[in-house]
Design a protein around this ligand. Structure first.
Ligand code: ZN
Ligand code: ZN
Length: 284
């Protein structure tokens, strides 16, 4: 059966100015854009740490959007000896147990035993993440792009991802990676999902981000090929079409699968009750 052209998508791979020195966009701007486009949900996946997630959730509650708690976490092959591999992976909490699990992982990742240039978790810890968290393979810094397919970790990691993330950037490495993910998806029965890796609310904010990156003395080579500004669903579909790495059926279903993710994530309420510290082991 032919896949229908999607009429909406869930913006789940998203960075705001809480991804330090990597975005100039306040999270509220994205919420307002999604709301204006008739969207019903948004996620947050800052680099390394889910900074500001409570205030983001409160703002989403105020305007009536479902908020999905997430992070783009760093992975390392092993904790000792320390190597600066730091692969990317997107995690999204499906429910309250998932939120607690995600926060615990982030906390462990910042421990001295784990930290090396940035906070990370090991491949083993990633493989132990439960079904309460949706895992997608993220950007070009994914282990599925960086490791060779005959690396002993490759297949174990691959099978722990719920979705293989294709991105619409018109860049040779991204094109090659998308084609590989489409092949792996067929071979292993793991669905594709369309990640935008959005870092800016507009072209102007993307220019501002360019200045920030220069200040960090960071250059990503062909940065111009990576249009990481906010896209409507039609713009996103045209980007995939212009990129030409995937068949129409493949990218239609990858975009549609973002909606499947949000349907699988429960809305939650923040616990605002006053909490006192427990002293001397007393619960009274
Ligand atoms: Zn990334
Ligand atoms: Zn990202």
């Amino acid at each position: 059966m032919a896949v229908k052209r999607p009429t909406s998508y869930f913006l789940y791979h998203l960075h705001s100015d809480y991804s330090l020195l990597d975005s100039c966009t306040d999270f509220h701007e994205y919420v307002d854009l999604v709301k204006k486009a008739g969207g019903t949900a948004i996620a947050s996946t800052e680099h390394g740490l889910p900074r500001g997630w409570i205030s983001k959730k409160l703002y989403c509650d105020k305007v009536g959007l479902k908020f999905v708690h997430g992070v783009e976490i760093y992975l390392t092959e092993h904790l000792e000896p320390k190597v600066r591999d730091n692969y990317h992976t997107v995690l999204l909490a499906k429910n309250e147990a998932g939120i607690r699990e995600l926060n615990k992982l982030v906390s462990i990742s910042s421990d001295k035993s784990h930290f090396y240039y940035t906070n990370r978790i090991s491949f083993e810890e990633f493989l132990r993440i439960s079904d309460n968290i949706i895992k997608t393979s993220a950007c070009l810094a994914s282990p599925l792009n960086k490791l060779s397919e005959d690396n002993p970790w490759y297949e174990r990691l691959l099978h722990h991802y719920d979705y293989l993330e294709v991105q619409p950037h018109n860049h040779p490495e991204q094109i090659e990676f998308n084609k590989k993910l489409a092949r792996l998806s067929k071979e292993h029965g793991i669905p594709l999902v369309a990640g935008t890796d959005t870092h800016s609310s507009s072209r102007y904010k993307a220019e501002c981000r360019g200045i920030l990156l220069k200040a960090k003395r960071k250059t990503y080579g062909d940065e111009d090929a990576f249009d990481l500004s906010y896209k409507t669903v039609d713009e996103l579909l045209s980007m995939f079409s212009a990129q030409g790495a995937l068949s129409e059926e493949e990218y239609f279903s990858a975009v549609q699968n973002t909606n499947e993710i949000v349907a699988a994530c429960e809305d939650f309420t923040l616990d605002n009750s006053i909490k006192y510290p427990i002293l001397y082991g007393s619960q009274e």
